[in-house]
Write a protein of this length. Structure first.
Length: 201
């Protein structure tokens, strides 16, 4: 578990990374941070503008030191999310930054695919769906924001992977779950809140 202060450092780093990259075309230097922030962790950086998604990209698996993964994800969210045009520097004052630090994904083991919904807790679990080279990930906060139940969550994760909504019912699909600590600016550039995603948040 990260502390709120550690989460604030990550959010500040993500914002400063985006500002530096958009205005100067370079990555910032990696700052000195507590050892915990150099551990390999999965992470996503989400950008919102006026309550609407503006970019969200990250590292699903713990393959990169957290501080480096935040820098890379921040740049990607601002400039490489295929769903949106690159962020313009003039937009920066209107963007709020969110950093989600992920636990290691754990495969959900079931005897029948129809059992998957019973093993998913909305508000606690994020999902990764993998099949035949396709993969889709949705963070734990997403089904809360959209009011989805477990079956709808599975269907949307399939669509994120480019699959049909009911693909989770097919044999051979790999479904994993993970939890997240979420640190988010209350307003653009403002104070940061932190929370561990838990059931019924």
């Amino acid at each position: 578990m990260l502390t709120l202060e550690e989460g604030k450092l990550l959010v500040k780093l993500a914002r400063e990374t985006i500002e530096t990259y958009l205005r100067e075309g370079r990555k910032p230097r990696v700052p000195k941070v507590p050892a915990k922030l150099r551990e390999r962790r999965g992470v996503f950086v989400t950008l919102n503008k006026g309550g609407e998604l503006r970019g969200c990209i990250g590292h699903p698996l713990p393959t990169t030191p957290l501080v480096d993964a935040v820098i890379d994800s921040a740049i990607s969210s601002a400039t490489r999310d295929p769903r949106f045009p690159p962020v313009d520097p003039e937009e920066l004052p209107a963007l709020d930054v969110e950093v989600s630090v992920l636990s290691k994904p754990e495969p959900i083991e079931v005897k029948s695919p129809r059992e998957y919904p019973k093993h998913i807790v909305i508000g606690r679990d994020g999902l990764i769906i993998e099949w035949s080279g396709c993969a889709g990930l949705l963070l734990p906060q997403v089904p809360i924001e959209w009011g989805w139940n477990a079956e709808e969550f599975l269907s949307h994760a399939c669509m994120k992977a480019g699959l049909m909504p009911d693909h989770w019912l097919r044999e051979g699909v790999r479904i994993s779950k993970f939890s997240a600590q979420v640190f988010r600016e209350r307003r653009p550039g403002g104070e940061v809140d932190g929370r561990k995603m838990a059931q019924n948040e």
